[in-house]
Design a protein around this ligand. Sequence first.
Ligand code: ATP
Length: 266
Amino acid sequence: SKREGFATVPDTTWDDVGALGGVRRALETAICDPIKNPAKFAKYGISAPTGVLLWGPPGCGKTLLAKAVAAESKANFISVKGPELLNKYVGESERALRQVFSRARSSVPCVIFFDEFDALVPRRSTELHEASARVVNTLLTELDGLSMRKGIYLIAATNRPEMIDEAMLRPGRLENLLYVELPSPEERVDILRALIRQREAFTSELAEIGLRDVCNSFSGADLESMLSKAGEHAMRRDAEMVEESDLIEAAKTVRPSVGDIKKYEK
Ligand code: ATP
């Protein structure tokens, strides 16, 4: 089942993730290696980090990376969207959060992915409702217990790291901050290759369109949307295969979803 808040092993592989080699290696070191070789880490007395924070502009692969980490470590994956967890009756959010950790404990090794994490743990300096403060405390309590509960790893994602409560970023909590950036033209080609591999009507050389100005500032999500539109285009004219002209027409109708990259820069 793909229901929110339940544990399953995803089927995403590293091959599905284009570009982002540096972030991938950091995630392998921080999460995949300790999951795969717990005895080795224990031997040297190395305690694996509890979690990492992926941050950066929307649609650049944070969710994809988190799923690949779980799948490639053969770990269970529980996905939680910050705002959805908060939209509960008073007291229900804390219960739901404790339930997430309890499910994780009964399905180790497990990766818990918190999307839109800033909604869940806003800075205390910002106007904070009492309910929201209780959620932050519940999460901190669960996290502080994690070092003893081996096999549970946290990946949080946000577009706005400056909105996150600083207490979350201390050692033993979310120690690594990894920037997931908007792709360069060459990285767009790499992402398109990954996306095209999953689509029968596309040939690999079509990925070269990523170098063109029509794709300027496109995120991975924008590139995917371009491919969908190009596919529709080709299907409508009953073509066997998608052609470059389908892609160019499609690209012209995609608006870069990251309007102002300055908002998301390191
Ligand atoms: P948000 O901040 O909006 O939650 P996100 O960073 O989590 O976004 P994803 O959900 O991982 O972004 O990406 C959306 C879709 O865009 C993916 O399902 C995938 O199809 C495509 N995509 C984005 N980045 C990449 C990438 N690096 N390689 C391959 N596909 C990508």
